[in-house]
Write a protein that binds this ligand. Structure first.
Ligand code: ASP
Length: 605
């Protein structure tokens, strides 16, 4: 087909802009053919750009040649159209779109480009194959939902930048080609041509650079920054992802919470939600005891202690160990369970018990208990503040089995897993996960504080840093660093939304002597520490102020605000769960010459 040039034609309006009051105006629109309808002497084209669609009309009786030209337009052709806006007749008004009261009677049409028939149309609303969407991402991104998501992401990031900037934070860039950072995942490496055999690492976070910026006196830093982690991918992970990273000098944790609450409020407002601050807070220990997890979903009730419901006689008769934890999971409004569901519940309990081998306990069959001991069951209901149609699952220890403190924690955690699995399983019966439009109910925020400083690594047989080795221990727990590392609490905190960790941070170590002790507790020799973080340890010696910060995942925040269920819906060019970019087809082997120049030889797998 004969294509036309754009020439000096200028667009007067976007395709989502025209309203009834524009009637009579001469306009120039440009965009993609979303849909063509032929009604004999009339042809209608819905012309689309990212702001919406406008109906163009071609009338055979007014201009037969132009009508013919319109007849040859296909989906996704790119055109410029000149014409006059007119009101539609009352019965043809389309109330579903913003421009539905008008149409444009076209007097000139320029065909700027053709399109092959795309594998799917941007206007398609049915479910699409995700691999096809990712391969043809440029078509996928034309879809209204994707355009909305990407614009929303922009607005959210902008609101965060504006807020932080108004609070005196400077956005400062840190290098992408650097050395290994301390976040504990695998690095993506970049070979150096100039220094054969040496590699840069892509940053897992700007952690050490942002701390150095505090040493350099920048006072408050932030960056909306790409981070790279070569982890085994789960459905909700991306090898490169974006963090809202910040650091400040002289803060207590409270000050960090305030700043984060401030920018989240601004970000949510940009998406139309009013958040109430401050967010509630809970220590790590409380979270484990009440929710069996370090990122509680507060949309669901906590687990209740139920020891008080049992007499000594109950315990003996039911073979329950009264000195173990005794908690009950409650899932609201599940209603009566069918026999099949009761059986499924038992299997689920067994699975959880199997996965948690050290935990000698059971998910007790409450229906049985109600039959055997109605009074005890009634007391449990009371302790859980349960309504008649709530599902109750008691979690208790079995008498006669040995247990330890560690075991008790494992029991809380197993119960917590059960709580979430049950909530997910019966999600269509209760309304805890349904959005109501009320941000107080839909977004349950929480700060989890006072994380343990160390975790015991059973495989390596040593303590490792629960957050990262630059996190400061609690002043009060310093003396336990050697004697009882497991009991040392860190000035580390997470911000949690609806059971998802959105960000983690800490107050950092700013003193050489303490940093040394931490490396020692982590079983790192001085040489090892020097070889990995030497530049940083040296910097610490030049007047380092107390400092601390946090990083939050922007992708996840955008996903929640878009109401999407995958990070891929809010990242323009994401990777698949196997870390592949389907559109550009990466990663790929490279040619021999390139490898040779880098001094690299690839071994056959
Ligand atoms: N760098 C940490 C992370 O990416 C966050 C922080 O401690 O600020 O998880």
């Amino acid at each position: 087909m004969q294509l036309d040039f754009l020439g000096d034609l200028r667009r007067t309006h976007m395709c989502g802009e025209l309203r009834a009051q524009n009637a009579g105006e001469q306009v120039v629109l440009m965009g993609w053919v979303n849909r063509r309808r032929d009604l004999g002497s009339l042809i209608f084209i819905d012309l689309r750009d990212r702001t919406g669609t406008t109906q163009l009309v071609f009338d055979h009786s007014a201009n037969p040649a132009l009508h013919d030209k319109a007849g040859s337009l296909r989906s996704e052709f790119v055109v410029a159209a000149i014409g006059k806006v007119r009101r539609r007749d009352e019965e043809t008004i389309n109330r579903n779109i913003a421009t539905g009261e008008v149409e444009v009677a076209i007097s000139e049409l320029r065909l700027l480009n053709e399109s092959r028939l795309p594998p799917f149309l941007p206007s398609e609303t049915g479910p699409l194959n995700e691999e096809v969407r990712l391969k043809y991402r440029y078509i996928d991104l034309r879809r209204e939902q994707m355009q909305f998501n990407i614009e929303l992401r922009h607005k959210v990031a902008l609101a965060i930048r504006q807020y932080l900037s108004s609070q005196g934070f400077l956005e400062i860039e840190t290098p992408f080609m650097t050395r290994s950072t301390p976040e504990g995942a695998r690095d993506y490496l970049v070979p150096s041509r100039v220094h054969p055999g040496s590699f840069y690492a892509l940053p897992q976070s700007p952690q050490l650079f942002k701390q150095i910026l505090m040493i350099s006196g920048f006072d408050k830093y932030f960056q909306i920054v790409r981070c790279f982690r070569d982890e085994d991918l789960r459905a909700d992970r991306q090898p490169e992802f974006t963090q809202i990273d910040l650091e400040m000098t002289f803060p207590q944790p409270d000050r960090v919470y305030e700043v984060v609450e401030g920018f989240l409020k601004a970000a949510f407002k940009a998406a139309g939600h009013e958040l109430k601050t401050p967010f509630p807070r809970m220590t790590y220990d409380e979270a484990i005891r009440q929710y069996g997890i370090d990122k509680p979903d507060l949309r669901l009730p906590k687990m209740a202690g139920i020891r008080a419901a049992f007499t000594e006689e109950d315990l003996t008769a039911l073979n329950i160990d009264g000195s173990m934890n005794m908690v009950a999971i409650r899932i609201p409004k599940v209603g009566k369970l069918s026999d099949r569901e009761k059986k499924e519940l038992r299997t689920l309990a067994e699975d959880i018990a199997k996965r948690n081998k050290d935990f000698v306990g059971v998910f007790y069959d409450f229906v049985q208990l109600e039959k055997k001991r109605p009074e005890t069951a009634a007391k449990i209901r009371e302790l859980c503040s349960a309504e008649a149609d709530d599902l109750i699952v008691p979690v208790v220890g079995i008498a006669g089995k040995s247990f330890s403190e560690k075991n008790k924690r494992a029991q809380y955690i197993a119960a917590g897993e059960g709580r979430l699995e049950l909530a997910r399983k019966y999600a269509d019966r209760h309304d805890a996960f349904k959005r109501t439009g009320d941000p107080d109910k839909d977004f349950k925020w929480l700060w989890v504080t006072d994380f343990p400083m160390f975790e015991y690594d059973d495989k390596e047989n040593r303590w490792s840093a629960a957050h990262h080795p630059f996190t400061s221990p609690h002043e009060r727990d310093m003396d336990k660093l050697e004697s009882d590392p497991g009991a040392v609490r860190a000035l580390a905190y997470d911000v949690v939304l609806n059971g998802t960790e959105l960000g983690s941070g800490s107050i950092r170590i700013h003193r050489q002597d303490i940093q040394k002790k931490i490396f020692h507790a982590l079983g790192m020799t001085e040489e090892e520490a020097r070889s990995r973080f030497g530049f940083f340890l040296e910097a610490l010696e030049y007047g380092t102020p107390p400092h601390g910060g946090i990083a939050l995942g922007l992708d996840r925040i955008a996903m929640i605000l878009a109401g999407a269920d995958s990070l891929r819906e809010v990242i323009p060019f994401p990777k698949t769960a196997k870390a592949i970019d389907m559109m550009v087809d990466a990663p790929t082997p490279v040619n021999e010459a390139q490898l040779k120049e880098l001094g690299i030889q690839v071994r056959k797998q």
